[in-house]
Design a protein around this ligand. Structure first.
Ligand code: GLU
Length: 420
């Protein structure tokens, strides 16, 4: 098989994902042809989106939609608006979505989209035109039974609402099931907004129980103060933990006595920025190696690398972001006895409640908050223990075990369909 282990301490998220998929499939005894199929998305659409700016000029932006594999069911996954979006990243992200859906046993394969842009420098009307332009560009390959988008980095329920409206106009019927993460009044699900963070806190609790770390009084660092990071900080703070560090794109705050999370949430802007209000901030890099019990990277890829993995002080790393830890960093942390709850498990709460939203849209019948949270809780507790048990039984790290659990259903579906 093709990917060489010695080449993977890099920031190439696709190569590192391919390596884990390859190793997981091999360990489970599947044929090489299955890896050949799953090492890349089945489809990748690249689009050019002309965007009229408020000053009358036109910018042409590049967007993507990757569909990893649809043997299990329609593909599913978010759309990010970010200057660093690349084809490789979107491909890897679609593959991670497949693993998340597999671990939590949702009837989906993985998908992902992105537009290379900086939404922080765009006006509301520009963002609306861009969202609608993207849907027009990808409308032929998406749909409620084909590929269902959702929010991701720097996209939110307002953007989902514009996208759903555009899609409904194109198809000429109301299509709430086209996209998830919508506002409640347009068929969103109760609990979707906080679901990623709630999911992180559920698996964190289970992992902490295994390690004998009481959450009450535990020192937690959360890197990133966006949707996942900010709600997570609030949840663990309310559960009695001490949030000693937080950060955003501009820097980080660390206080061993605990930060005033309610105050920080109150002062945070809509892109999750708050540290610029404090002169005593440190860097994101410095934050990751401060004293704590639990470290939660909840920002972007490639934060824990060969460079800082030896200095991480936490006993437990819970990956709320997608792809925050490189391959060699994973090896170093595992060797040091630090438990990793991998991204494909820790951040799966979002897509689980997206699935609930889609089910509710299809039924036209809406659930209560208790129903959503109870079902989410059960799925994630079972998923955590399934991954943990597999890692113990097969003597593999938690990431490899998560991929083994996550790929099983897709591998079987591909075989039953007679594709390989
Ligand atoms: N963007 C989120 C993720 O990476 C959610 C995807 C979804 O809800 O479909 O898991």
């Amino acid at each position: 098989m093709s990917v060489k282990v010695e080449n993977v301490e890099n920031v190439d998220v696709l190569a590192r994902t391919q390596l884990v998929i390859e190793t997981a499939l091999k360990k489970m005894g599947y044929a090489e042809s299955l890896y050949e199929l799953l090492k890349e998305p089945l489809r990748l659409l690249t689009v050019r989106i002309p965007l009229k700016m408020d000053d009358g000029s036109v910018k042409v932006l590049t967007g993507y939609r990757a569909q990893h594999n649809d043997a299990v069911g329609p593909t599913k996954g978010g759309v990010r608006f970010h200057p660093d979006v690349t084809e490789e990243e979107v491909k890897a992200l679609s593959m991670w979505m497949s693993i998340k859906c597999g671990i939590t046993n949702l009837p989906y394969g993985g998908g992902k989209g992105g537009i290379q842009c900086d939404p922080r420098s765009m006006s509301f009307p520009e963002l609306e035109r861009l969202s609608r332009g993207y849907v027009r560009a990808i409308s032929q390959v998406v749909g409620p039974t084909k590929d269902i988008p959702a929010p991701d980095v720097f996209t939110n329920s307002q953007i989902m609402a514009w996208m759903m409206d555009e899609y409904s106009h194109i198809r000429e019927f109301d299509s709430p099931g086209f996209i998830t993460g919508k506002p409640l009044v347009l068929g969103g699900s109760i609990g979707r907004e906080t679901s990623t963070a709630l999911g992180v806190s559920i698996v964190m609790n289970e992992a902490a129980k295994v390690l004998g770390i009481p959450i009450q009084g535990a020192k937690i660092i959360v890197q990133g103060f966006g949707n996942a990071g900010s709600y997570l900080a609030k949840f663990v703070h309310d559960a009695g933990a001490k949030v000693v560090g937080i950060s955003d794109a501009g820097g980080a705050l660390y206080d061993p006595n605990g930060l005033d999370i309610d105050y920080l949430l109150d002062r945070r802007d809509s892109f999750g920025t708050v540290t610029n209000l404090f002169p005593n901030r440190i860097t994101n890099k410095e934050l990751l190696i401060q004293e704590c019990d639990i470290l939660v990277p909840a920002a972007i890829e490639n934060q824990i690398t060969e460079e800082n993995a030896w200095q991480v002080k936490a006993k437990l790393l819970v990956e709320a972001a997608n792809g925050p830890t490189t391959t060699i960093a994973t090896e170093i942390l595992t060797q040091r006895g630090i438990m990793i709850v991998p991204d494909v498990l820790a951040s799966a709460g979002g897509v689980v409640v997206s699935y609930f939203e889609w089910v509710q849209n299809n039924q036209g019948y809406y659930w209560t908050e208790e129903e959503v949270n109870e079902r989410l809780h059960k799925i994630l507790v079972d998923s955590f223990h399934n991954v943990y048990r597999t890692s113990q039984e097969k003597n593999v790290d938690m990431r490899l075990s998560a991929y083994m659990v996550g790929l099983k259903r897709m591998a079987e579906a591909v075989k039953w369909r007679g594709w390989v």
